[in-house]
Design a protein around this ligand. Sequence first.
Ligand code: M6R
Length: 611
Amino acid sequence: MCGIVGYIGKASAVPVLVEGLKKLEYRGYDSAGLAVLENSHVEIIKTKGKMKVLEEKINGSLNGCRIGIGHTRWATHGRPSDINSHPHKDCSGTIAVVHNGIIENYQSLKEWLQEIGHRFVSETDTEVLPHLIEEFYNKTNDLLKAIKMTIAKIEGSYAVVVLSRDYPGEIFAARKDSPLIVGLGDGENFFASDIPAILNHTRRIYILDDGDIARISETEVDVYDSNGNKKVKEETYVEWDAEAAEKGGYDHFMLKEIHEQPEAVRKTLSGRIDAFTGKVNLKEISLTKEYLEGIRNIAIVACGTASYAGLVGKYAIEKLTRIPVMWDIASEFRYRDPLVDEKTLMIVISQSGETADTLAALREAKKKGSRVLAITNVVGSSISREADEVLYTLAGPEIAVASTKAYVTQLIAMYLLAYDIACKLGKITEGEVVQGVYALTKLSEQIKEVLKCEASIKEWAQEISRWEDVYFLGRGIDYNVAQEGQLKLKEISYIHAEALAAGEMKHGTIALIEEGTPVVALATQDFLFDKMLSNIQEVQARGARVTALTFEGNTEMEKSAERVIYIPKTLPITAPVLSVVPLQLLAYYAAVARGSDVDMPRNLAKSVTVE
Ligand code: M6R
């Protein structure tokens, strides 16, 4: 997804912008560009392609500039091209703009601007911004006013940063529904869409709110609300380390993040289990017994991997609390007039906390009166700020587009919640709580055990990498883990993969099984084990080569499957935290074997901030 950096200070702006944009590469992008002020004119260099292409174009030039804005673009309106890349400028070439988000009414604005003489060169929605600002600036001779007037005209989402020849000592910005922060330096200040972009320079930030307009100079920062009143912003100090966002010796962020899972699970549990009672204690949320007794249902909404964590959460909550849980993909939720109201507890799950569809679903549920609890990894994210309650996953920054450690910590958060609710409502016995919590506390060490199978998974992945179709089978929550496994494989190795509830296979998809077709079968649910054995035999009889994943001790599986991967014994309900790990490694090594760009797979973005 698009990234923004802005800089004003004593240093040479171009290296600061380039370095910042590189820190945002993980978000996914297809073009990049920057604008600086040089000798009283706006100089823009931009290109389709990766940062190294931009650096080649810059070729060490523009070194004396102390002010500039930069952007990485992930195309939404208009294909990736030099001309569609940001920054965009007005007719006079004196105003440059970078923008994240979507201007929904850009067509009508563009027509109006063209009618009154503005000349457009790109296919983007963004280009209306510099022209609107130009139009209003020509009338007011005041850039801040012109930006305010522009904001009043546009519909949609934006984080927008503006550089103008007439304001050589200032950069302006505004945001709505797209993240933007101010970095507070010493004799220098920054704008950025994400914290890692500026972390090498400062840890002090302001998080801009929806409707804020900000102005930075070398030494000053002013923030105004949507009515133009100056705001006093609360400074946030970023605790986590830039190091945490580096690869730390691994070939890819994804592999590093897979190996960080024991620690991420441990951190997400820490402080949330009462040492004396052995029960869950979620101090940060206030779901009282009285409130929980009054709800009729729970709704879980998310996208992609987070939605698959939500499916496991649905299973866990229903099983432990007997409260009905509905589950939706966020992009569908608000268009189906969902049955949620003030008697619904809505749970949204999002690693980034910025996913546009999840945020929209949150707002829809709030509009209908539901209380919203967010499970997210990013403090200060839009979702964390708009939800009524937040349960943070403490996975640390997840850089690889393919989500791994965020997923397992989302599972942990769902289990904590399920046990907490069940306990408060008296739906499970003390013994069951203690047993569940004990299982949770063992998971971190057990993941380390699972990671020991890395070398054999790598070999298996070599085989899989030669195929174009892979099927994942499972029953119950094994099916939900199968869904996550197929998504992982697809998104980074580009191998077509499909997950099926194992009993559903014979209702159609089995027609695709032929000699050698790879099938991955999950069988961790004891009460469904025999059923899985039958399903494995069904596909094997049609030529499939089955790799099964089950608990240690289930050696009977070796009679059915060609290869068996064992995971340590845990409760059936907590098995997904362990069974997903071999699937993550499979996807990773298959992608490596196929030479894919593992951390930045084609067409994908880390944080999908448009609908
Ligand atoms: O930041 P979020 O958790 O809201 O993101 C949701 C999905 O976009 C994300 O999980 C996506 O499916 C990942 N690429 C999966 O690896």
